[in-house]
Design a protein around this ligand. Structure first.
Ligand SMILES: Cc1ncc(COP(=O)(O)O)c(C=O)c1O
Length: 389
């Protein structure tokens, strides 16, 4: 169940859903870890935060800081590159609006580059033609967990002397050409919302192999406080002294939630294995229906699937969607192209500008995909889809 939309209508609908499109898995170890944190001396800013961050580093292949959401992680990433009014960031339309909102809050100009029809990931050729002298960063989103074309984007970024940021809200645990997502872009951001590949309820992380960028992201997420005496501009105060050179916010993830994350990280491999099985089962069961477009995995990646984005003819998509919801299957559409939002329409964007994104949106339905989804539930989804098309 996507609990993000808390309207009464949605809540009522989600309560009668038997099968949500995504959900968390919490076991006794997870609960014990949280209880132990609650009984400890540190509810926040304690040792479990560091333990979680070190554990994350082992999975994603780069030093990490934990933050309070995927949105916060993106905000910190943009702070780390000193994003400013007049800077341009190139983003894909098929994403959750946080990818753009957090850059826009720094006054940056949002530029869209269309997606590839197969993966709904940003198209490197579209990125190339969108680069200008004001471009500060390319932002790739690993839609559904499938890594974007990171090598091509990396070389574009290097060639133009700009940053590559990877919004990996969907893709912790995914592998690109043998390398972990998190170790390739200049900065990678993660989300630990309950529908994602692991959860801390709300939470996120920023990863970077570039210490200066991670330090800036960290400072921004901790109120901008400078604690190292060597960096002080006000001297001769006392041992209590700390000072601010640039404003930041409080995006800390407390020990209680880091404890959950630490425990969940140990289950990440199992989560991935089961979701890859579910993915395969859907492919096999649905492959004989011509009316459905199925997601594919490129041969050089190993995806930790967050979504199963099936595609239907736009004329039947809404009927299939309503039919599935009526049958108690809580499907979702991910996503309305970001530039359709009125906030972008007010800036002059017009529907139709990014045809691949628009087509993908008009066709897509995310079928249930989560660790605890049972085989008989997959069968029910498949039968219902077959009956509806
Ligand atoms: C691609 C993408 N980026 C960023 C976010 C924001 O993450 P959070 O909900 O943890 O703030 C999400 C969450 O849905 C997402 O899907």
């Amino acid at each position: 169940m996507d609990v993000r939309f808390r309207s009464k209508e949605f809540h009522k609908e989600s309560l009668i859903s038997m099968i949500p499109y995504g959900r968390h898995s919490i076991n006794d170890d997870d609960i014990a870890a949280v209880v132990a944190a609650l009984k400890s001396d540190w509810l926040t800013t304690g040792p479990i935060v560091e333990a979680f961050e070190l554990s994350l580093e082992r999975i994603v292949g780069a030093p990490c800081i934990s933050v309070s959401s995927g949105t916060a992680a993106l905000h910190c990433a943009y702070a780390a590159i000193d994003l400013m009014p007049g800077d341009e960031v190139i983003t894909p339309p098929i994403t959750f609006i946080a990818t753009q909102a957090t850059a826009s809050l720094f006054g940056a100009k949002i530029v869209f580059a269309d997606v590839l029809p197969e993966t709904a990931n940003i198209d490197p050729r579209a990125v190339e033609s969108a680069i200008t002298s004001r471009t500060k960063a390319i932002v790739a989103v690993d839609y559904a967990g499938h890594p974007a074309d990171l090598d091509q984007l990396r070389s574009l970024a290097d060639r133009h002397g700009i940053y590559l940021i990877e919004d990996a809200a969907h893709s912790i645990g995914s592998i690109y050409k043998g390398r972990a997502v998190g170790s390739i872009a200049d900065i990678t951001t993660f989300s630990f919302f309950p529908t994602k590949n692991l959860t801390t309820a709300e939470g996120g992380a920023v990863a970077s192999t570039r210490p200066e960028l991670l330090k800036k992201a960290e400072k921004f997420s901790r109120q901008g406080l400078v604690r190292n005496p060597k960096e002080f501009k006000i001297l001769d105060q006392g041992p209590w002294h700390q000072e601010v050179h640039k404003f930041g916010l409080n995006y800390r993830l407390p020990d209680i939630l880091c404890a959950l994350g630490l425990s969940q990280l140990q289950r990440l491999h199992d989560f991935k294995t089961r979701k890859r099985e579910i993915f395969e089962r859907y492919l096999i069961e649905l492959s004989d229906i011509q009316e459905i477009g199925l997601p594919t995995e490129e041969s050089n990646v190993n995806t930790n699937w967050h979504l199963f984005p099936a595609r239907f003819d736009p004329h039947v998509r809404n009927t299939v969607f309503s039919g599935l919801r009526k049958a108690g299957i809580g499907v979702q559409v991910n996503y309305i192209p970001a530039y359709w939002h009125p906030v972008f329409q007010d800036m002059g964007f017009r529907i139709g500008m990014f045809p691949n994104s628009d087509l993908f949106y008009s066709q897509e339905i995310s079928l249930p995909m989560y660790y605890e989804l049972k085989d008989n539930e997959i069968d029910l989804v498949v039968q219902t889809v077959k009956a509806l098309v």
